[in-house]
Unconditional design. Structure first.
Length: 329
């Protein structure tokens, strides 16, 4: 038996002994065992750096360009893939190796133009509608509003679905107001991600405020959907984000922002090492509950000047006497 095998066997025996130890502790119950297991998690040393408002676009574009060059796809398609995998290149490479490019993109909602043409027989696809009769190229029927519009007043997405610009604009506006940043095609049964450049262009003409919100949401997705980045929780917000090296996992570690704020990267709470996040959250919940009790006691009771016990007067006459003998009212 090699030395490596002996070491693994020894670790296994040690784990069995550690699992048996909590069994004799009658005072802690299941929570005690859970806390002991969480506290035993090793701390992972990580490198972290700050992302400012000025450096955020460049940092995002670097990851987008990497995926675009790797898979030969457009920017909005690369963004959809990265958001789906929480901006983890390791996850994308793993799925690419196991499933292949086309299947990986299809599961994300990314449709390549060639795939759409093959699916639709090389023609223009209409949503949940029979094939329309041939029309002059100068006129196209929108199968949302059923209006005949000129061919330069329609937009076609990568999936092949074509609708008039007015319907697309209202669809984009409703999605942005609903908080969506990855807007899907409005054709029935189609989950393809729409071209963000088309959305920006159409929204900018009629709803410039919505276009700005969409642009900001796409930029912020590099932090909000990134498993390796978090906004600094400082108040007022300093505008920075903190990214950790390693590319994934909301593990428990303390990070510091250049503004001076120190916080736990795992839960964004104030730094609480070596306390695990789950234990800290339970403690915070307990303190919040006790704080609510204290607020109610202060608002609805009067402390006895002799024994300091809180006394509630919920009815009867104004003559109230504490058990210690002191008269309150």
């Amino acid at each position: 038996m090699s030395s490596d095998d002996e070491e693994c066997f020894y670790d296994y025996e040690e784990e069995e002994e550690e699992e048996e130890e909590p069994g004799w502790d009658d005072g802690g119950g299941g929570d005690t065992m859970l806390v002991e297991e969480e506290a035993a998690l090793p701390e992972r040393p990580v490198d972290c750096w700050a992302i400012t408002e000025e450096s955020l676009p460049a940092a995002q574009q670097q990851d987008l360009s990497m995926v675009m060059n790797l898979l030969y796809i457009k920017q909005h398609q690369a963004r959809a893939l990265l958001i789906h995998h929480r901006w983890k290149m390791e996850s994308i490479l793993d799925h690419f190796d196991r499933k292949g490019r086309d299947r990986m993109l299809r599961e994300t909602g990314v449709v390549i133009q060639q795939q759409a043409e093959e699916k639709n027989g090389g023609g223009m696809a209409m949503a949940a509608s029979p094939s329309p009769p041939p029309r002059p190229r100068s006129s196209v029927t929108c199968y949302v509003c059923f209006e005949d519009v000129s061919s330069d007043a329609v937009s076609t997405m990568d999936c092949g679905h074509c609708f008039c610009n007015d319907c697309w604009t209202e669809h984009f506006f409703a999605c942005v107001n609903g908080g969506q940043k990855q807007i899907r095609c409005m054709a029935v049964g189609c989950a393809a991600v729409c071209d963000e450049d088309v959305a920006q262009r159409l929204l900018g003409g009629r709803y410039p405020g919505a276009a700005r919100r969409l642009r900001g949401a796409l930029l912020a997705s590099y932090v909000e959907d990134n498993a390796a980045a978090r906004w600094c929780p400082s108040a007022p917000h300093c505008g920075r984000a903190v990214r950790v090296d390693g590319g994934g996992g909301r593990w428990c570690c303390e990070v510091s922002c250049p503004c001076g704020a120190s916080f736990c990267f795992g839960c964004a709470a104030p730094a609480h090492s070596p306390c695990p996040c789950a234990m800290w959250e339970r403690w915070e919940a307990k303190c919040r509950g006790e704080s609510m009790n204290v607020d109610w006691i202060l608002a609805n009771t009067k402390s006895c000047p002799k024994c300091s016990k809180p006394i509630e007067k919920n009815g009867g006459c104004n003559h109230v006497r504490c058990k210690c003998g002191q008269c309150l009212w």
